[in-house]
Write a protein that binds this ligand. Structure first.
Ligand code: 5AD
Ligand code: FES
Length: 357
């Protein structure tokens, strides 16, 4: 670790802001000592705001049909080898109930961009879940839709929305996505979600094909400026049936370092140790927690569809029942000295009331 890196890290810890060039410098000059120091600062903030608590959200992957064709993603519409499924309204509601009975107070309804689920259907699902379980927080992660649609889901009771920006660099965005997809539209969606009052999650892929340290530094700057309530990051992992099949997957180290930097940029942020992290290393999620993450998202989807939601190769947890998955995660989290809590887990200091808006 050179003295400039140490000074920059110190500055980030105190001021929660750096120039893009300085983020880039930290990424380029990353070594084991710098990573350790970043992780120990990150744990100080984690401890200060959240103690040793790790929040848990149940993920229901309800459709793998997708109208998009992102070059990296295994469920892109051109992937003819992907076996498709949709869960019925009743199945989704039954999964939510199972989650509730297992103690979850936040569920994430995630899917490809599948307009077979109309606004009316989605609102119906959201409001049924809310009326069955008043204290369940419903999170959506269904991609880009209009502001009007987002407002309808909010009015039906959804309060959180996850939409990764994928990359803060429009040029890199254009290399990872087909022509018809627009970086600007994605950014507008994020702004709309925030304006409506959603607790909003953004996020990016680490080491996606062609990504430079400067690109990653732009992502860190974006997080600093946009201040999403949650930030989901994971390394790019190649999928055999995509145009990026032969591209190198990202490394555990760079993702862990990014997690620590994000915690320093925004100490109260909700930061998941993602399934992608658990996929690139058997102890990836535990290491993610030790690098500053404080959320895990086990899968509540029915086991018979799990394998089909294959965004990247070798995705973990595709064979386990929800209950097994939670117990496994609880043990993993406990093994590094943390405790899983099922409460909705707001970002601290966030004014969150179902009465708002
Ligand atoms: N590797 C890593 N992450 C991926 N995602 C999609 N495909 C891949 C991949 N091959 C991520 C994207 C998307 C989220 C649902 O999964 O960031 O937003
Ligand atoms: Fe799903 Fe371990 S978290 S099996």
């Amino acid at each position: 670790m050179d003295s400039k890196s140490k000074d920059l890290l110190e500055k980030l810890k105190n001021e929660h802001s750096l120039d893009i060039k300085d983020y880039e410098y930290l990424l380029t000059n990353r070594d084991e000592n710098l990573m350790d120091l970043a992780a120990s600062y990150a744990r100080e903030f984690q401890q200060k705001y959240y103690g040793n608590k790790v929040f848990i959200r149940g993920l229901i992957e309800f459709t793998n049909f997708c109208k998009n064709d992102c070059l990296y993603c295994g469920i892109r519409r051109s992937n003819q080898k992907c076996e498709r499924y949709r869960l019925s309204k009743d199945t989704i509601i039954a999964c939510a109930k199972e989650g509730y009975d297992l103690g979850f107070r936040t569920i994430v309804l995630q899917g490809g961009e599948d307009y077979t689920y109309t606004d009316e259907m989605l609102c119906d699902i959201i409001s049924e879940i809310k009326s069955a379980h008043e204290d369940m927080v419903v999170t959506l992660s269904i991609g880009e839709r209009s502001k009007e649609s987002y407002k309808k889901y909010y009015d039906a009771g959804a309060r959180r929305y996850l939409l990764r920006h994928e990359t803060a660099n429009p040029k890199l965005y254009a290399r990872l996505h087909p022509k018809e997809m627009s970086w600007q539209n994605r950014m507008d969606c994020l702004k709309n979600l925030k304006a409506i009052g959603y607790q909003t999650g953004a996020g990016f892929m680490v080491q996606s094909p062609g990504q430079t340290d400067y690109d990653l530094a732009m992502d860190l700057k974006f997080i600093e400026e946009f201040k999403p309530d949650m930030c989901g990051i994971g390394s790019f992992i190649s999928h055999k049936d995509t145009p990026f099949a032969k591209e190198k997957s990202g490394t555990l180290e760079v993702t862990l370092f990014c997690l620590s930097l994000i915690r320093l940029i925004y100490p109260q942020v909700l930061l998941p140790a993602t399934t992608a992290l658990g996929t690139i290393h058997p102890k990836g999620r535990e290491m993610g927690i030790l690098a500053g993450a404080n959320v895990v998202m086990p899968n509540l989807s029915p086991t018979n569809v799990r394998k089909m939601y294959s965004l990247y190769d070798n995705k973990i947890c595709t064979g386990d029942e929800a209950a097994e998955c939670i117990n496994c995660l609880k043990q993993r989290i406990a093994s590094v000295g943390y405790e899983v809590v099922t409460a909705p887990g707001d970002r601290v200091g966030h004014c969150f009331s179902s009465e708002r808006h």
